[in-house]
Write a protein that binds this ligand. Sequence first.
Ligand code: DON
Length: 303
Amino acid sequence: MNFQPVLDEIDAEIRPLLGAGKVADYIPALARVPAQRFGIALRTCDGEEASAGDAAMSFSIQSISKLFTLTLAMRRMGDALWERIGREPSGNPFNSLVQLENEQGKPRNPFINAGAIAVADRLVSQGNAKADILALLTSLCGEAIGFDDELATSEAHTGFRNIALANFVKSFGKIDNDVDTVLDMYFHQCAIRMSCVQLARAAGFLCRDGAHPIDGQPDITTERHTRRINALMLTCGTYDAAGDVAFSIGLPCKSGVGGGIVAVVPDRLTLCVWSPGLDATGNSLLGMKALERFVSRTGLSIF
Ligand code: DON
């Protein structure tokens, strides 16, 4: 299939809607991002790439980083990771504290903030977490990837809820390291900057059974882990909108409050859309519209 005309058409349809939704403003450095942006990019399992709109512009990947930290942690710890983190949708906002009290500090899944902070703790225990995540992303997309340090500082200054979540999980003995060190990792992973083109490439191992998206070596993760990461994306990747996203799009997705969404069509391609205006659940409003259009045009869905 030639995907370029499909992406060009979607870009032309979305562009008149630019500005819809609300740019995340709870982190001051994020609030400055112009709302009038839309990008879309994909990479097939065979290495074909297509993109449209602002696909080469870098943005803050925010919670999309949770996909890659989870991959690293699963690779290193295997099933031991699940002793402290669940695999159930939370049905609550991504930064909610309420379930943690009833569930003795075991986060529902690795994609809500508490779960991602617990994953960051595992990575801090096992290496140089900040360097490790940048090395993974740089290898996956074949281009140097870095942190937006100003954004990481802004996250740290306003991350009251994340600080509360980390301390709360630690109070149940489910974080081993110093909370400040774990949060430094978490705030930095959220502040990584990448473009749609880079993210569509980097996520490529998820549509090819864990093989490296560029060189094809079977070394990013196993086929079993890839299936599980895709399952978690479908059930938990878009927070309390996950049911709706499965219903209307039908692809494993991971979103971030920077307005990016990564989606996987297993055995076919990975796709990334970006538009900073968010809906009430914290997912990109136009990004979701673009994914719906992509699926209805191409018929590509897991169902
Ligand atoms: O933890 C936070 O508040 C952000 N830095 C990341 C949140 C995020 O992207 C959640 N996603 N939709």
